[in-house]
Design a protein around this ligand. Structure first.
Ligand SMILES: Nc1ncnc2c1ncn2[C@@H]1O[C@H](COP(=O)(O)OP(=O)(O)O)[C@@H](O)[C@H]1O
Ligand SMILES: O=P(O)(O)OC[C@H]1O[C@](O)(COP(=O)(O)O)[C@@H](O)[C@@H]1O
Ligand SMILES: [Mg+2]
Length: 333
């Protein structure tokens, strides 16, 4: 269980807004529910802004009540909808959003999303002076300053469910499978999934990949008595087309690999218990941060503790643990 902060209220807010942006992640709805109920408990009015920063720029919003967030804690996706908004990357786009916030009487904003959303949230806080709090919510878990992000645990478990099934076929047919998981710029899903499924090999964007050495490693594994079945996990972002090129290369070395790209299957579905609890604790804590006078911070985790992480310190930073990856490679020899 997470340790909630013990904070004193030094300010108050009549009206706040909430939005979800970037790739959806299981647990977004649980976070919305916790934010709405905690804010209502503090006598705030809450507006749900539709379609992330696009909806913010277009004043696309609706009042949220306690019943409006009933029965959503177990649902994947986001009831507020999400998208990616190029216009918000410009100062003009953010000026338009600031005008909407002022005209609607929204005194503070909570942004739920990944590294891109938190970058936008940081710039908005700086430029508008309106208090903004971020919640790390992405299946990629690539947000520096927080051990955990809402949605990661669910995505990893969804991928594992699929890979355990693939393993049955791999063993029965004594065949090699190349399984591509999500993560355009980050190998964290691939690493976690690879550890948990006992993969023969994990290929992630943080390390250069030499196709020839992969065939050589497999050949020496075979000589050492490892069977001819196996699972190689690749992160999506490793290199465009790499999975297909690796399959071709392995064919030339006498393997009969099959490819499985898990794709967006990993983004949807009911959040795990872990993600529901994390989202609930982070949502409640975001409102405590606002009342304690924080702005331009994200609710991060450090172990089991919830901590305020300044957005300016975390954006643009990479999160990678080389020791974890080395351990994985050692276990899979
Ligand atoms: N450098 C940036 N400046 C301002 N806004 C940004 C920036 N990067 C991303 N955003 C905003 O955040 C949105 C979501 O970012 P994206 O990277 O697509 O997803 P995620 O938040 O899940 O990482 C973008 O569509 C854009 O509106
Ligand atoms: O659904 P899209 O827009 O194709 O995006 C795919 C990307 O979104 C993700 O699922 C989540 O990334 P973000 O959290 O940064 O949005 C990545 O793993 C993947 O590379
Ligand atoms: Mg991202």
């Amino acid at each position: 269980m997470y340790k909630l902060p013990d904070l004193c209220a030094v300010t108050s807010f009549k009206t706040i807004g909430i939005l979800t942006c970037g790739g959806d992640a299981p647990g977004m709805n649980a976070a919305i529910r916790a934010l709405v109920r905690t804010a209502l408990n503090q006598q705030m009015k809450v507006y749900g802004i539709e379609r992330g920063f696009t909806g913010l720029m277009n004043a696309d919003m609706r009042r949220l009540s306690s019943p409006s967030v009933s029965n959503i804690i177990q649902r994947g996706g986001t009831i507020l909808k999400s998208n990616r908004c190029e216009a918000f990357k410009t100062a003009e786009g953010r000026r338009q959003a600031t005008a909407v916030l002022r005209e609607s009487g929204i005194q503070a904003l909570i942004c739920i999303g990944g590294d891109g959303t938190l970058t936008g949230a940081h710039l908005l806080a700086l430029e508008s002076g309106i208090p903004v709090i971020g919640l790390p919510c992405t299946i990629d878990n690539d947000i520096y300053g927080s051990d955990d992000s809402i949605g990661f645990d669910t995505a990893v478990n969804t991928a594992l469910g699929a890979i355990d099934r693939i393993r049955d076929t791999a063993l029965s047919h004594e065949r090699l499978f190349l399984v591509e998981v999500m993560g355009r710029n980050s190998g964290l899903i691939a690493t976690q999934v690879g550890i948990a499924c006992g993969a023969e090999m994990i290929l992630i964007p943080e390390y250069p990949i030499v196709l020839e050495s992969i065939s050589n490693t497999l050949a020496s594994n075979r000589k050492a008595g490892r069977g001819s079945s196996g699972i190689i996990i690749l992160a999506e972002g490793t290199e465009p087309g790499l999975t297909a090129r690796l399959a071709e290369q392995l064919q030339q070395h006498g393997e009969e690999p099959r490819i499985c790209i898990l794709g967006h299957i990993q983004r949807g579905g009911s959040p795990t218990g872990h993600d529901r609890v994390l989202a609930s604790c982070m949502g409640a804590t975001a409102i405590s941060y606002l009342l304690a006078g924080y702005t331009d911070v994200m609710v991060g985790t450090l172990g089991r503790e919830l901590i305020p992480a300044p957005l300016g310190d975390i954006i643009g930073q990479r999160k990678h643990d080389p020791r974890l990856y080395e351990m994985v490679m050692m276990l899979h020899k």
